[in-house]
Write a protein that binds this ligand. Structure first.
Ligand SMILES: *Cc1c(COP(=O)(O)O)cnc(C)c1O
Length: 426
C-alpha cells in the first residue's frame, strides 16, 4: 500500500538533521534527543503519529532546558515559599551566577597569580552589611551553620536551650536532633511556654559549652509566655549562640518581631547563625556572624570543609548583598494599593475579580504576621491547568476561589500571568 506509514517513516538521521531538532540536540545532548526521535519514529510506524509531524512531535516531547525543574510563577502570596525553592534570586544575582559558572578567581589573587583567600568578595560584602560582626563565614545552609558551631564548640559537652525553642523546621527536620547527632548533650530548661534567667543559671556548669537561643521561625506561642533576652543571657559568662533563622541582617519595619543579626550581636551574642535564602533573599547558604576569634576557629575546623559553599553561591550572595533589592525585599516593600491597582487591571483583562488578600512571609520567618496584599480571584477549576502550564502558575484556593496573589508576583510578570490564565482556560 502506498499509504502505509511504515514506508513513509523518515530515517532517524533525517529527523535529527531537522534544524530545530539539531538545535535541541545542542542544548539537551544528542543521546537524549536521539532516544526521543527513536520513540517518535516507533509511533510513526504504528500509525499514531503522522510522518510529516515527526520533528514537531519530537520537539513537543523534549523539555525546554536540560533540567527537569520547571519555572514557576509564585502567586501564592507566600514570599519565602519552601516548596518553590525559597527566595528567588535577583537579576543581578543570576548574572553573577552566570559569570561565576566559568573559570573565575574565587581562590586566586590575579595580581600575583598565586592562591588567594576564597570568596573574599562575598565575605567582605557580608561583613560590610553587618559592621557589628567581628568575623563572618558562609556555609551550605542554616543547618550547616548550626552543625559547625555545635561540632566545633560543643562536641561531647552540653548546650543549654529553652524547651520552647526545640524547633522542628519542616520535613521532619528538628534542631534538637541535629545537635544531638553532632555529639552534643542538650540541657533543656524552662517549660514549653516560659523560661526564666534562673532556669539557665541553675543549668549551666563546667560541662556547658554555650547557651543556645533558637528563633521559633514558623510558629508562635501566645498567652502566658516569657523568654530571656540575649542581653540577660550574656551575664551567664558563657558564649551565647543565637539561631535567628530568617537571615534579616538589620531590623525590618514591616516585621517588628523578627530578630536580625545586627541587633542580636549588639545585644551581646557571641555568634549568630541564619539562612541566606529566607528574608535575606539570596542563594541557599548559612551565615555565621560574630566574635572574630570564634568565627576564625569555626572556619579553620576540619568539618568546615564539608560544609563549604561553591563559587555560584558566593557570587549570588555577593550580588544579593551589594546589588539592587532582592525580589524578597521588593515584595516586602510593595504597597497594598499598588497591588490592588495591578489586580484590577489583570481582573479586567481576564474577567475575574480583584480582591484584598493577606500574604505571608512563609517558612522563612515572621510566623502569623499578615502582609496586606491583593489578588485576582478566579474559578478554582483553573488551578490544575495553571500549575501544569508553561510557565507553571501556583496560586492558592481559598473559600472556593483560586486566588492569584500579586504580593509575590513581580509587576513585570503581569502579562505572563494573563497569558498563562488564558491558556489554562482554553
Ligand atoms: C530555617 C531555619 C533553620 C534551617 O535553616 P536551613 O537553611 O533550612 O538549613 C534553622 N533554624 C531556624 C530558626 C530556621 O528558621
Amino acid at each position: 500500500m502506498p499509504d502505509d506509514p511504515r514506508r513513509r517513516t523518515p530515517r532517524t538521521d533525517a529527523v535529527l538533521a531537522d534544524p530545530a531538532v539539531a538545535g535541541a540536540a545542542e542544548r539537551l545532548g544528542r543521546a537524549r534527543v536521539k532516544s526521543v526521535v527513536v520513540a517518535v519514529l516507533d509511533d510513526v510506524r504504528s500509525g499514531s503519529v503522522d510522518p510529516s509531524d515527526a520533528a514537531a512531535e519530537v520537539l513537543s516531547r523534549l523539555p525546554a532546558a536540560a533540567t527537569s525543574l520547571r519555572p514557576v510563577v509564585n502567586a501564592t502570596g507566600v514570599v519565602v515559599h519552601t516548596n518553590l525553592g525559597r527566595a528567588p534570586l535577583s537579576a543581578a544575582a543570576v548574572a553573577a551566577v552566570r559569570l561565576a559558572a566559568g573559570p573565575t578567581d574565587v581562590e586566586m589573587d590575579l595580581g600575583t597569580g598565586r592562591r588567594g583567600p576564597r570568596g573574599t568578595g562575598a565575605l567582605g560584602a557580608l561583613a560590610a552589611a553587618v559592621p557589628d560582626a567581628g568575623g563572618v563565614h558562609v556555609v551550605n545552609n542554616g543547618a550547616a551553620a548550626l552543625s559547625l558551631v555545635a561540632c566545633a564548640l560543643a562536641q561531647g559537652r552540653e548546650v543549654v536551650i529553652a524547651r520552647g525553642e526545640l524547633v522542628e523546621i519542616g520535613d521532619g527536620f528538628r534542631i534538637p536532633e541535629l545537635l544531638e547527632s553532632m555529639g552534643v548533650r542538650l540541657r533543656e530548661v524552662g517549660t514549653t511556654n516560659r523560661v526564666r534567667l534562673a532556669d539557665y543559671e541553675a543549668a549551666v556548669g563546667p560541662a556547658t559549652a554555650f547557651v543556645l537561643k533558637v528563633h521559633p521561625s514558623n510558629f508562635r506561642v501566645e498567652g502566658f509566655t516569657s523568654s530571656v533576652p540575649v542581653s540577660e543571657l550574656t551575664g551567664l559568662g558563657l558564649p551565647v549562640v543565637v539561631d535567628i533563622g530568617s537571615g534579616l541582617l538589620a531590623p525590618h519595619p514591616r516585621l517588628p518581631d523578627e530578630p536580625d543579626a545586627a541587633s542580636v550581636l549588639r545585644e551581646g551574642a557571641s555568634l549568630v547563625t541564619a539562612s541566606g535564602d529566607k528574608l535575606l533573599g539570596g542563594p541557599q547558604c548559612g551565615l555565621l556572624l560574630g566574635e572574630a576569634a570564634l568565627v576564625e576557629s569555626l572556619r579553620r575546623h576540619p568539618f568546615a570543609r564539608a560544609l563549604r559553599v561553591d563559587k555560584l553561591t558566593l557570587a549570588a550572595l555577593e550580588a544579593t548583598l551589594t546589588g539592587p533589592p532582592s525580589p524578597v525585599a521588593a515584595a516586602l516593600a510593595t504597597r497594598p494599593e499598588d497591588l490592588m491597582g495591578r489586580a484590577r487591571r489583570i481582573a479586567e483583562e481576564l474577567g475575574g475579580v480583584a480582591v484584598a488578600s493577606e500574604g505571608r512571609v512563609g517558612g522563612g520567618g515572621a510566623p502569623g504576621v499578615p502582609l496586606a496584599s491583593a489578588a485576582v480571584a478566579l474559578s478554582p477549576d483553573l488551578a490544575k491547568a495553571l500549575r501544569l502550564g508553561d510557565p507553571s502558575v501556583v496560586g492558592h484556593v481559598h473559600d472556593g476561589r483560586l486566588l492569584l496573589d500579586l504580593l509575590t508576583v513581580p509587576a513585570e510578570l503581569d502579562d505572563v500571568l494573563v497569558e498563562a490564565v488564558r491558556r489554562a482556560a482554553t
